[in-house]
Design a protein around this ligand. Structure first.
Ligand code: HXC
Length: 508
């Protein structure tokens, strides 16, 4: 018996070494952790239970039958993050460059299946040279199997991808179909075709980092949500992030104790809005003063800064926050902002996360670039997302709510449950000056000024909308947290269903 146990221990120790010490050292030299080290940081201490540690590839071409390494380039299993169950796969670059073989893919599929059965998030750590070249089409099939599972899991369990090394070719499409992607600066990249192919085909000379590094994807493309300095920072952020998430679409949002009083008043908000309507202020301040302990996990902070999206908590329970940011493009909705917020709203709706929307929007961004690139279709995404969402929706207009953007930003008309306005709100078809110049075209500057003042007096306030019941209540800025907390309490048992359909046809 003791022999057998010793054999098992030896086998385990060998499997734990993956591709061997030399390759582990080389991984460290690149500033990267190994697959197992990453799991250790990600999960609660000693909570990881590995499965399929002894799986090997089945390839007999190119001499592969002589090289079999236990685990076949991916470490899989489950564990906990702050006591809550999660499933994990972590590609091991020290084993065949973390490349994906048929068996490697089967391991990932098993993780997704197990997570789906019990309803728990999946975190995938990607560090791979792509399809296992020696296996040819078998590995392509493996990718497609993973893609299919990603799609079926979408909207059922949260899926988070951490890109911590290469992720190239068709391999990018698995993370791309998960809910959120975190990347590590300088050591991770994602592209469909790498710099060499790009040079051959288009003559462009570009580095890996420029083409598909963390900065590129979190600023320009929005393929990824957040960029971190190193593996450890990204893994710790993933822990924080998972704390906000429900385990599945069948669960309520998690709740955790908070010492922050639900009725905390924030007097400083009463003076936040500048006297001059064209002067910006930082909407982050409103968010941080509203949510529990100022704790806000922002997604895509470096892309489409004119809209802020992220997770916070109210009375310990997760909420999604969407907010126009007057400091960037005056808070206008443009293509990127619409796409960013639409996907976020749909995520919240899929996972029963109430949405709090803070509105200060002067309208859609004008210009040929926006029109020719399809602001109609992309703006419609956000409108569609808000209109179909059935989770509790609380909206607060802090200042401007002009034109179509007023409708879009979780207005009463899109089944907003509680629509509040600060006394500083201005709800109108457009800004006073633009409006008067159209309806009083040809008048003298004095007349225009007079009419502008008249228009402002009439519309630059929340009371006309409140008279019509489009605004439920004009609230004091200092009581924003209290009102939102109370509202969410009352909406906890909200029941609303959309008509039966196979699925909708959001303007993609
Ligand atoms: C098999 C691979 C591999 C792969 C790397 N390795 N990629 N083995 N299949 N795809 C092995 C290497 O042979 C090497 O083995 C070890 O992993 C480390 O690789 P290095 O090249 O030494 O590392 P590095 O210099 O860091 O370069 C990493 C790399 C490079 C940029 C990822 O390895 C690379 O270009 N690999 C090929 C990438 C690729 O073209 N993949 C196919 C993409 S197409 P030893 O034994 O020396 O340690 C694709 C299609 C998916 O993925 C389609 C889905 C629909």
């Amino acid at each position: 018996m003791s022999d057998i146990i010793a054999q098992l221990e030896a086998k385990r120790a060998e499997a734990m070494l993956g591709g061997g010490q030399k390759r582990i050292d080389s991984q460290h030299a690149k500033g990267k952790l190994t697959a197992r080290e990453r799991i250790e940081i990600l999960l609660d201490e000693d909570s990881f239970e590995e499965i399929d540690m002894y799986v090997e590839h089945n390839c007999v071409d190119f001499g592969m039958e002589k090289t079999r390494i236990a685990g076949d380039g991916v470490v899989t299993g489950s564990g906990t993050i702050n006591g809550r169950l999660v499933f994990v796969f972590s590609q091991d670059f020290t084993v065949f460059g973390g490349s994906l073989s048929e068996r490697h893919a089967e391991k990932i599929c098993k993780v997704l299946d197990n997570a789906m059965k019990v309803g728990a998030p999946v975190i995938g750590i990607n560090d791979s040279g792509g399809a296992r070249i020696q296996e040819g089409v078998a590995s392509l099939g493996g990718y497609a199997d993973v893609f299919q599972k990603n799609v079926l899991a979408s909207g059922v369990i949260p899926q988070l991808s951490l890109i911590m090394g290469p992720c190239a070719g068709g391999a990018v499409y698995s993370p791309a179909m998960t809910d959120f992607i975190f990347m590590v600066k300088d050591s991770s990249y994602m592209f469909v075709t790498g710099p060499d192919v790009v040079k051959t085909v288009t003559n462009e000379i570009v580095t890996q980092e420029e083409l598909g590094g963390a900065v590129t994807h979190t600023t320009k493309t929005s393929v990824a949500d957040v960029a971190y300095e190193n593996d450890i920072e990204a893994l710790l952020a993933a822990r924080d992030f998972i704390d906000f998430m429900p385990l599945s679409n069948r669960e309520e949002v998690p709740e955790r104790p908070t010492a922050d009083p639900w009725d905390r008043l924030e007097d400083s908000l009463d003076t936040l809005i500048p006297d001059n309507a064209n002067q910006p202020y930082d909407m982050h301040e409103v968010i941080r003063k509203m949510v529990d302990e100022g704790d806000f996990f922002e997604v895509q902070p470096s892309h489409a800064g004119n809209i802020i999206c992220g997770f916070g908590r109210m009375e310990g329970a997760t909420v999604g926050v969407v907010a126009n940011q007057p400091m960037v493009l005056a808070g206008c909705l443009d293509i990127n902002a619409s796409k960013k917020a639409a996907r976020f709203v749909r995520y919240c709706d899929a996972f029963n996360i109430p949405i709090v929307t803070l509105v200060d929007v002067p309208g859609f961004l004008p210009g040929t670039s926006q029109e020719h690139n399809g602001i109609i279709k992309h703006g419609a995404k956000l409108l569609f997302a808000y209109a179909e969402a059935t989770v509790p929706k609380i909206t607060i207009i802090t200042r401007k709510a002009y034109g179509g953007a007023y409708d879009v930003m979780a207005s009463k008309h899109l089944r907003g449950d509680l629509n509040y306005a600060w006394p500083t709100a201005e709800i109108a078809v457009m800004g006073a000056k633009g409006a008067v110049e159209i309806i009083f075209r040809g008048k003298t500057p004095d007349e225009i000024a007079e009419r502008t003042a008249e228009y402002e007096a009439r519309f630059a306030n929340p009371f006309i909308a409140a008279q019509k019941g489009f605004i439920d209540e004009v609230i004091m800025p200092h009581s924003t947290r209290r009102r939102v907390a109370l509202g969410l309490r009352k909406l906890r048992n909200k029941q609303l269903e959309n008509p039966w359909k196979k699925h909708d046809n959001i303007p993609l």
